[in-house]
Design a binder for this molecule. Structure first.
Ligand SMILES: *[C@@H]1O[C@H](CO)[C@@H](O)[C@H](O)[C@H]1NC(C)=O
Ligand SMILES: *[C@@H]1O[C@H](CO)[C@@H](O)[C@H](O)[C@H]1NC(C)=O
Ligand SMILES: *[C@@H]1O[C@H](CO)[C@@H](O)[C@H](O)[C@H]1NC(C)=O
Ligand SMILES: *[C@@H]1O[C@H](CO)[C@@H](O)[C@H](O)[C@H]1NC(C)=O
Ligand SMILES: *[C@@H]1O[C@H](CO)[C@@H](O)[C@H](O)[C@H]1NC(C)=O
Ligand SMILES: *[C@@H]1O[C@H](CO)[C@@H](O)[C@H](O)[C@H]1NC(C)=O
Ligand SMILES: *[C@@H]1O[C@H](CO)[C@@H](O)[C@H](O)[C@H]1NC(C)=O
Ligand SMILES: *[C@@H]1O[C@H](CO)[C@@H](O)[C@H](O)[C@H]1NC(C)=O
Length: 351
């Protein structure tokens, strides 16, 4: 509607109405802070936008640009959702072409450093875009007011900057990089900074190399609000597991993904007290001996994935394990070493 008002053709006709609107709509979401609009325009210039995702980024009212949300009371930009939808991959191995990403942006970090200028931004989603294996920019650690940051599968390379530990308001930090491309392009050797993120509820680091992060679980244990933790394909093994009993604050954790790592032997003792878990994924490790009765403690489990390990028996039988798990909907035991245990590959217990 405001767009129409700024159309010169309509200016004369609507002058009176416009004045009236401006008086009565002081607090409408349709005001856009000019300084922030300029920041967005700088940002736009820094992107290559082959699929014209930012074609709506023009005109005075940046609050109605695609992916932009403003605070309804003060007009500041609070949310920037530039998530790229699914990728379309050209076959560069055959044709020698670059990988073409559907709806993707290129973001040269040096230009893009205007982003922290959006000082009221709480939600930033750049996931799925193509940063061409550049490093995660240091200035990402300056946006202290952020509560949600998703830069998953955005083709970053190098070490995750420690100064993300300054983002103490974060509820959600998704750095996962499980996409195509080189495994472990991103790594984090020193993870101490994570303990600073005391509001964190969701942490995604899947596909990031954490093999050198010796204190990983001790650090994660300091996060009092963690509900969801994704550490598949990160490379840790038994040496990362805490060797002394640990008073896990992630007692209350709901979703834990430790799939496709190198945990070997019995099910990690560390899990013992995480009885609030709803989803536990341990697939693709080297866990052996027996599926222990200790899973009986997990009364709230809904999905349990133990596939592709070396389990060879089930202590006291399948039924005794499932006996306490009233909420269980799926249990995946496929690709293990069971012999003569009368169980299907994948039991769907729902319905
Ligand atoms: C202005 O704000 C008040 C209180 O928040 C709200 O009731 C009213 O609908 C708003 N007016 C407009 C035009 O947004
Ligand atoms: C981050 O974005 C991806 C899509 O690019 C989405 O699948 C994922 O759920 C998001 N993570 C969070 C924690 O919202
Ligand atoms: C990632 O960065 C390292 C140096 O830190 C470099 O050796 C490597 O080639 C980079 N990977 C890609 C895919 O650009
Ligand atoms: C941000 O983090 C870095 C690295 O951890 C630290 O040196 C710096 O003091 C922090 N800055 C602020 C303003 O807290
Ligand atoms: C942790 O937060 C404090 C206070 O904000 C800051 O001074 C410090 O540099 C942060 N540490 C890291 C490792 O980011
Ligand atoms: C589980 O909790 C009990 C009681 O609080 C404690 O004694 C035990 O050491 C904990 N186990 C682990 C693995 O943290
Ligand atoms: C939890 O463990 C940490 C470090 O291991 C220790 O400093 C703290 O006192 C423990 N808290 C409780 C309540 O046992
Ligand atoms: C189970 O795994 C542990 C750790 O890798 C190994 O030492 C042990 O030999 C394995 N046991 C069996 C029966 O395969």
């Amino acid at each position: 509607m405001i767009d129409k008002l700024f159309n010169p053709m309509l200016v004369v006709l609507t002058l009176c109405i416009q004045t009236a609107l401006f008086c009565s709509c002081q607090n409408s979401s349709f005001s856009c802070i000019e300084r922030e609009r300029q920041t967005l325009l700088k940002l736009k210039q820094s992107f290559q936008d082959p699929f014209c995702r930012l074609s709506s980024w023009k005109g005075n009212n940046c609050c109605i640009w695609k992916g932009v949300s403003c605070d309804e009371t003060n007009g500041h930009i609070v949310k920037l959702n530039l998530r790229a939808p699914s990728r379309l991959i050209s076959d560069d191995s055959i044709f020698g072409l670059n990988i073409i990403t559907k709806n993707s942006f290129l973001v040269p970090p040096e230009v893009n450093s205007c982003l922290p200028g959006l000082r009221y931004l709480e939600h930033l989603d750049l996931s799925g875009n193509d940063f061409r294996y550049r490093a995660i920019p240091q200035f990402f650690g300056l946006m202290k007011q952020l509560r949600y940051r998703n830069i998953s599968n955005a083709r970053f390379n190098g070490t995750v900057p420690n100064n993300l530990g300054n983002l103490t308001s974060l509820r959600v930090l998704d750095l996962s990089s499980e996409d195509q491309g080189p495994l472990w392009a991103l790594r984090a050797d020193d993870v101490q900074w994570i303990s600073n993120l005391t509001s964190l509820q969701h942490l995604g680091m899947a596909g990031i190399y954490l093999g050198e992060a010796r204190s990983l679980f001790q650090v994660l244990n300091m996060l009092p609000s963690l509900l969801s933790l994704h550490l598949s394909q990160c490379g840790p093994d038994n040496s990362h597991l805490p060797w002394h009993p640990i008073n896990f604050t992630f007692h209350s954790i709901r979703h834990l993904d430790l799939g496709q790592n190198n945990f070997a032997g019995p099910v990690p003792f560390m899990l013992q007290n995480m009885t609030s878990l709803r989803i536990l994924d341990l697939c693709g490790n080297l866990l052996n001996s027996s599926v222990q009765n200790s899973f009986g403690n997990f009364k709230n489990l809904v999905h349990l994935n133990l596939a592709a390990n070396d389990f060879s028996s089930i202590e006291q039988g399948l039924l005794s394990i499932m006996g306490n798990m009233c909420s269980l909907k799926s249990l995946d035991l496929s690709y293990n070493q069971f012999q003569g245990e009368k169980i299907g590959n994948h039991r769907n217990l729902s319905g």
